[in-house]
Design a binder for this molecule. Sequence first.
Ligand code: ACM
Ligand code: ZN
Length: 549
Amino acid sequence: MKRLLTLALIACCTCSYAGNKLPDIIPAPKSIEMQSGSFNVKGACVNYDQSLEKRTVDAVAKLADDLYVATGRVSSVASAAGIGASTPLKQLKGIYFVKDASMPAEAYTIEVGGRAVKVSASDHNGFIYAISSIRQMLPVELLSGKTVSGVKWKLPCCVIKDSPRFGYRGLMLDSSRHFWRVEEVKRFLAIMSVYKLNRLHWHLTDDQGWRVEIHNYPRLTEVGAFRAQTALPYSPEFDGKRYGGYYTQEEIKDVVAYAENLGITIVPEIDLPGHMIAAMASYPWLGCDGGPYEVRTQWGIDKRVLCPGKDSTFEFLEGVMEELCKLFPGEYIHIGGDECPKKSWEECPHCQAKIAELGLVSDEHGTKEQRLQNYVTKRMQDFLATKGRKIIGWDEILEGDLAEGATVMSWRGTKGGIKASAKGFDVVMSPNTYCYFDYYQSDRWDEEPIGIARGRKFLPLEKVYGYEPFEGFTPGAEGHILGVQANLWTEYIAEESHLEYMLLPRLLALSEVQWSPAGTKDYEAFLAKVKARHLPMLDILGYNYRKLD
Ligand code: ACM
Ligand code: ZN
């Protein structure tokens, strides 16, 4: 009992313990006050405030439906007239979802008493996070989709006051190197939502495949979405099989709407000016030497990149962005910017003429070709600003002179983020040292499915959990850290079960880094929750995951 008490006290910021065991909620909430007693959800009426958004009411109704199916007793759903955030719990009977406009975005409160449960939040995300926490407090059989007897359908009496540490809680999915069907992307989004992530960074284009339909440039998907074959892992051989696929604009809209219901904004990435061979294979005039090019069949970096010396390149990029902005309503468009070799620009007369025209020079802060990339970044930034959008890019966009207003995604360790914040830029921390989920999960290479950086780099669960995003930043720079993101590059991942294996359970550790208050983490307590509740939950939901060591 003493051990349990200790775990309970350190697993969240402010916790108190009276009679009930602390629930196994991941990510750990900001504050939980446990009380004695419980609320029986079997047959409870679920009431919602009439001012809630339709998508929130749908999420509440889904909870009621799951309670009905699992407990075998009808959980009616009703709109609650005359009940508000200030109505005391003791005047209520049943489960209530009430809007409290004074609460911050994404925050929620759950009060569980013997006769009633009251959930308060000011927005959709707050309510769906409360629902996720309620589900995690109930027996895991809730998710089984069938009536289960012999379990106690009770919520422990408690007060949970919760809100996220960071506003940007992201995960990147690479749909270029391997293509993920709409149903697979939705399953990926669904598990993100369980763990309160709110951004899917969708890597939609790269050398090995262009995946988004653009009506004005049909060859991008007719040609650029397919490669002739694929390199076999760690081998000079190829598989000899044509590979590809793309999302139609209707499919994209469907995924965006699905994500919105889960409280997730999609940040689409068009990686430019490097990583563009699939586009250049479709329209060879996009390259410095005019091609021909073939959609790349190997991994790694291609030295052939877009030609910013020609106006036609910008006309193309703006045409793509124009359509992209109509599909993705979020504030950010990711413009990539990583790994852009400059050799073709050094040799290209168009690029050199552009450099001369712009008066770009090399100095100790950057070369003239790096400054040509700054020019590309700025042109995209200015164009996207006309659509009301902001740009985010990999930390290479910082080289040379980055224009004000851009956000930097730090991936080459943490130094890019530290440097960017010191210069006044906002950053999203996604260091490969803690956040690259394509890395092996163990150094026992032979026991793991194939991954990237075999024999050189691995990223075990505990290391992800141990990431402290403020480490290395100068005091005062914290305000520039918008949040944290993990990346799932898929060069070596071709099957959904493998994708899930690389994601889980590391996603759970990431979620505590993104959500739970600073300085409250405890790996043993986290592991206990993973074992007791979350692996059984993943089993019921049918997700593949790496077993704990
Ligand atoms: C990256 O991993 N090239 C951003
Ligand atoms: Zn050029």
